[in-house]
Design a protein around this ligand. Structure first.
Ligand code: NAD
Ligand code: IPM
Ligand code: MN
Length: 365
């Protein structure tokens, strides 16, 4: 029995709809297990630009810092896409990751056994399933490196230029590598460091730090791979991977790819962690403007972010397992949102965002 302070940041597009379902799930766990989740909703992203004049209000940062954990939907959308080098919804997301010092982004890419058919890979390649953990560095690299522009932003002018610096320190690389090694110890004990050291100075530093740090983990089978090869290997033979550790930008791209190998981007949860217990939990997908407001979004990526929040920030293991078991039971019973249906799914088993949330709530034991 305990009380926990949770801040939710529903954001834009499908964000509010999927966070609503995850909150229902959290509250049901609270009822069954006798916990109180004090949930405070705050604004971030496009909605905050519209209502507060900034994508990341100070009040949101303060509430997040004072909380036990933050649950995020998604930010961004066509309404704010014209904004160039000023504020943008995505700037709010980067800002909160930075303000909370959440340098480690854990993105498990798991193909549920009930959803084997949703992977576009042939059965002989995807085999019995997939369970990869991508450990993405989250507060460095070109996302946070120095930004520069020629004085006038003008795509008509050939000499107009813009740049984002890909800069990493040994400290940052070593820190995320250690997160990856520690995670590998609890899994299949295999780690692949993904970089582009054949071209990039920053990646050559990654490789050199990796060569040193790996000696401290003799129990882990290590490998390294160029990112372009990794993109290909994820489709050719994804089951060769256990833990992948990589930079901010490479991890962003490779996890969208891995999500599709694992069936749907609507299924992939994530945890963004720092040195302490405070973390931010979110689906890896975006605000999906094409399906926003239509009750079509799969809420499971957000719902499955809650067990990560329970484990990493609140230490609630059996409650985390209860949510995962409930999701498994709903999938076992054949319920599907549109993104995870197959040609064999009967029409009466295809449900919307809200109904999928209700099914998970009802299945929690
Ligand atoms: P997206 O992930 O929003 O959508 C890509 C495709 O996946 C779309 O066809 C969408 O309908 C589908 N999809 C995504 N989530 C789904 C779900 N839960 N259920 C079913 N289908 C789902 O990526 P995008 O279209 O490139 O970006 C849209 C906006 O979201 C942009 O403004 C982008 O910057 C932002 N974005 C935000 C985050 C975040 O907040 N963490 C992440 C990625 C993109
Ligand atoms: C993600 C998103 C974000 C990222 C954007 C919206 C800033 O794509 O969380 O994967 O690139 O990190
Ligand atoms: Mn992304």
């Amino acid at each position: 029995m305990a009380t926990f302070k949770i801040v939710t940041l529903p954001g834009d597009g499908i964000g509010p709809d999927i966070v609503r379902e995850a909150v229902k799930v959290m509250n049901r766990v609270g009822e069954i297990y006798g916990h109180t989740f004090e949930i405070t909703e705050k604004r971030m992203g496009g909605i905050a630009i519209d209502m507060d004049g900034t994508s990341l209000p100070q009040d949101t940062i303060d509430a997040a810092l004072a909380s036990d954990a933050v649950l995020l939907g998604a930010v961004g959308g066509p309404k704010w896409d014209h904004l160039t080098n000023g504020d943008r919804p995505e700037k709010g997301l980067l800002g909160i990751r930075g303000a909370l010092k959440l340098y480690a982004n854990l993105r498990p890419a798991v193909l549920y056994k009930q959803l084997q058919h949703t992977s576009p890979l042939k059965p002989e390649i995807i085999g019995e399933g997939l369970d990869i953990l991508v450990v993405r560095e989250l507060t460095g690299g070109m996302y946070f490196g120095e930004k520069a522009n020629s004085p006038a932003f003008n795509p008509e002018k050939p000499d107009c230029w813009a740049s984002d610096l890909e800069k990493y320190s040994v400290f940052e690389i070593e820190r995320i590598l250690r997160t990856g090694f520690e995670a590998a110890r609890k899994r299949q004990k295999k780690l692949c460091c993904v970089h582009k050291a054949n071209v990039l100075e920053s990646s050559r530093l990654w490789r050199a730090v990796f060569e040193r740090v790996k000696n401290e983990y003799p129990d882990i089978e290590t490998s390294e791979m160029y990112v372009d090869n990794c993109a290909m290997q994820l489709v050719r033979n994804p089951r060769q991977f256990d833990v992948i550790v990589t930079s901010n930008i490479f991890g962003d791209i490779l996890t969208d790819e891995a999500s599709q190998v694992a069936g749907s981007i609507g299924m992939l949860a994530s945890a963004s962690l720092g040195a302490g217990k405070l973390g931010l939990y979110e689906p890896i997908h975006g605000s999906a403007p094409d399906i926003a407001g239509k009750n079509l979004a799969n809420p499971l990526a957000t719902i499955l972010s809650v067990p990560m929040l329970f484990r990493y920030s609140l230490g609630l293991t059996k409650e985390a397992e209860a949510i995962e078991a409930a999701v498994n039971a709903v999938l076992d019973a054949g319920w599907r949102t549109g993104d995870i249906k197959s040609k064999d799914t009967p029409a009466n088993k295809i449900v919307g965002t809200k109904e999928m949330g209700d099914l998970v709530v009802a299945a929690i034991k």
